[in-house]
Design a protein around this ligand. Sequence first.
Ligand code: 16G
Ligand code: MG
Length: 565
Amino acid sequence: MSTSAPADPKKSAHEHAVFLSALQKAADAYPKPQGVKFSYGTAGFRTLGERLPSVMFCCALLAVLRSKKLGGAAIGVMITASHNPEQDNGVKLVDPSGEMLDPTWESHATLLANCTSTESLITTFIDLAHHLRVELDACAPSSIIYARDTRPSGKKLVEAFEAGLSAFQGLKVVDLGVHTTPVLHYVVRATNARDGEQGKPTVEGYYERMAGAFKTLIGNRGPLPTLYVDCANGVGAPAISTLSSYLGTSLPLQAMNDSTTTPGALNSQCGADYVKTRQALPPSVEDAGLLDKPDTRSCSLDGDADRIIYYYLGEGGKFRLLDGDKIAGLVALFLMDLVKKAKLGQEGGEDTAEVGVVQTAYANGSSTKYLKGRGVPVTCVPTGVKHLHHAAQKYDIGVYFEANGHGTVLFSPSFLSTLAVHEPTSPDSSTATKQLLALSQLINQAVGDALSDMLLVEVVLAHRGWTAVEWDAAYEDLPNRLVKVEVADRFLFETTDAERKLTSPAGLQAVLDEAVGKVEMGRSFVRPSGTEDCVRVYAEAKTTAGVDTLATTVSDLVKQYSKTQ
Ligand code: 16G
Ligand code: MG
């Protein structure tokens, strides 16, 4: 198994035998449930919480392996099922930079999780370590940081995970407890960074850094009007309460749907996913009658607080959605203005930095048009945070948002170095430079973060002197529909061009193009879901009638072609 000769072969063989026996004993308590096939997808493993103990055990083994492979760098493990119903749970691994697990390791996770006996699990694990050239002995350092959300199944899953860790000697382990997904990503990234350059690697460090940057950016513009926050009855509730205490009076936050212990309440009739898919207020928010003034803004977090959607009631009490696309537009144009003001070019010349936006095909056509019309480069990538994140890293300032509200802004290391040494030639340029630096601390550099995105939106609105109404006025969304179509085999549907075109089933794309051509400003695409057993159809058009026709036609064609293969 080892590639280098051990110092004392006898001692090493003995240690290995002790390790195998500990592993066997621990693994026996967590057999894989029969008849279930686990798959590590875009959001890690996700299914009913009661099915997951054996998966948690396997994730402990994989996390240790990954950390040892990377010379002992801290690996994160988050136990959550985000916006899924309360009985579901899930687990995903976080790489040392705070990004999602390297996709080439996803198959290793799936392989381990599907082992049907302790013997096959141990053999598979040892073979994997051998194949990846990882030393399993205690001398090879390993460090794991984990957290969970408020789901009732979380405690048991943590126990299963810890049982997996218990087979190893000499691990560095940090249990953060109950926190949001972005907190875990932040702590992992900060732990692995040099000289604290990403902030203090603790939960307190996370809140301090973010709240400190917010206060700097708000300056004497505060206190801002009260913001109503729907916490989806999830882990966002304690997080909002903690954040409030760090913010003081600069931004009064009023939490709604903050009952984390009421059975069945999590994500039920509330939260970012509910609001985005129904395009309506959560009933609890409507009943509270708090959004009575036309400019009172409110937002909803999802179950693990890595997504955020804003909204308000417009003229005649009409629900108005301010989704991920609207956030991207607001933020990108603000950043472009700041870069211009900072005059980062040679001898006080204008911008040298490129601010770009990354979207998926789900972005409303109006948002893409709005951005391009204002000279903002836009990249379209396939659904899933890892694709957006990587594309955003190609810009000096990369703004990425999915329409569903998951996103953040990445500042490239070279841009941050430019800012750090920049010598402003005017008070305006000095202020803008300081603001850009504060923004790089306010915004979570590891992953989309509802809390940090919320503060970012508040900063931009305060600087612009806008209410939700002025923000919303940027453009009018084209009417759009998202339809879920159940088919016998969703893997029959294959896509290209950032999921905008189908390559299979044969012939379907041509008839879709024909259907789209018949509808004014029509656009539609079809892709297999990465998280559910279905195919998703997206359609948009100039009018509501047009989009309804297009969505129905395309859904019918999908059903028809899924049968003829
Ligand atoms: C996952 C993705 C999210 C994406 C969604 C699409 C991550 C962390 N999350 O939740 O970004 O919008 O899947 O779901 O990548 P779908 O494939 O079922 O449409
Ligand atoms: Mg989430």
